[in-house]
Design a protein around this ligand. Structure first.
Ligand code: F6P
Length: 320
């Protein structure tokens, strides 16, 4: 293999730059040319790319977002777009492609592998909803962002005897909400994977207030409901003041944690090594601290990564 390309796709996350850097440096070390495609699959369709050298990735390791930029590309979900992307890769002399992104991006990667491109996927999404990996890139940094925000909110919540609802991202996955509830000592976490009863929560909140615990944090995964609406319902039922904060895209940015930097380096190196060894059509994952490869077809057909049942139990036990 003489030339490999890399792209970042879908929602950006911290650690993408670190992964691109690792890929570029691993290619250069192996004497392989490396192309950076701009704006994800859209850049592949529009032929926006650059040949990279070691300087292309200096001073990016510690930066959040993706300097290659990203896009959500509708054309890539359609036959014509996939065909054009595959043809452009051939035209660029690219023999192997590394796709860094979430579930939609891995679907795009799979479609290209079906068309004969040698592809490896790297799971990257703050949601941690991608199966066959314990952690996706960007999750740890997002959790640290959330923890910083919740710690600050706890200060003001306790100063005013208020219940705060904190909405996290995650689409249909409650991982960010439940793990940050554990890490920050929140009283409740509402996640799409577990049914919740608002009446019960309100009774519990009243009991807590009567016992003198007059502030609380309720983490709400975006897939479990609208935090603002839930806050209004709670306020009407309990008569205490509530406030809401939607953390939104704040969660996605910022300098990657050491965990994400290391994971990016391991994913990037393993992607290049395996492409060069003729392994492709697969996604790398982190399983029991080791790199593990799973066919892209299995990854995209498995649905979202299930939440470990221990996590919601731990979250509610710790809040007794
Ligand atoms: O998949 C990552 C994610 O941040 C989700 O948690 C969120 O629902 C979505 O992307 C937001 O997408 P956008 O950045 O396109 O608004």
């Amino acid at each position: 293999m003489k030339r490999i390309a890399v792209l970042t796709s879908g929602g950006d996350c911290s650690g993408m730059n670190a992964a691109v850097r690792a890929i570029v440096r691993a290619c250069l070390a192996a004497g392989v040319e490396i192309i950076g495609v701009h704006k994800g699959f859209q850049g592949l369709i529009d032929r926006q790319y650059e040949l990279m050298d070691t300087k292309s990735v200096s001073n990016v390791l510690q930066r959040g977002g993706t300097f290659l930029q990203s896009a959500r590309c509708k054309e890539m979900t359609e036959d014509a777009g996939q065909r054009l992307a595959a043809e452009n890769l051939k035209g660029m002399g690219v023999e192997g492609l590394i796709v860094i992104g979430g579930d939609g991006s891995l679907k795009g990667a799979f479609s290209l592998s079906q068309r004969g491109t040698a592809v490896i996927g790297i799971p990257a999404s703050i949601d941690n909803d991608i199966p066959f990996t314990d952690m996706a890139l960007g999750v740890d940094t997002a959790l640290n962002n959330i923890a910083r925000a919740v710690d600050n909110i706890k200060d003001t919540a306790s100063s005013h005897d208020r219940a705060f609802l904190v909405e996290t991202m995650g689409r249909n996955c409650g991982y960010l909400a439940v793990v940050s509830a554990i890490a920050c000592g929140a009283e409740y976490s509402l996640i799409p994977e577990e049914p919740y009863d608002l009446e019960e929560i309100c009774q519990d909140l009243r009991r807590r207030y009567q016992q003198g615990r007059s502030n609380s944090i309720i983490m709400v995964a975006e897939g479990a409901g609208n935090a603002q609406l839930i806050a209004e319902q709670i306020k009407d039922k309990i008569g205490f003041e509530t406030r809401t904060i939607v953390l939104g895209h704040y969660q996605r940015g910022g300098s990657p944690t050491v965990f994400d930097r290391l994971l990016a380096a391991r994913f990037g190196q393993a992607a290049v090594e395996n492409l060069l060894a003729g392994e492709h059509g697969k996604m790398i994952g982190l399983k029991n601290s080791k790199m593990q490869f799973t066919p892209l077809q299995e990854v995209i057909s498995a649905g979202i990564r299930p939440i470990d049942k221990l996590l919601p139990r731990l979250s509610s036990n710790l809040a007794v």
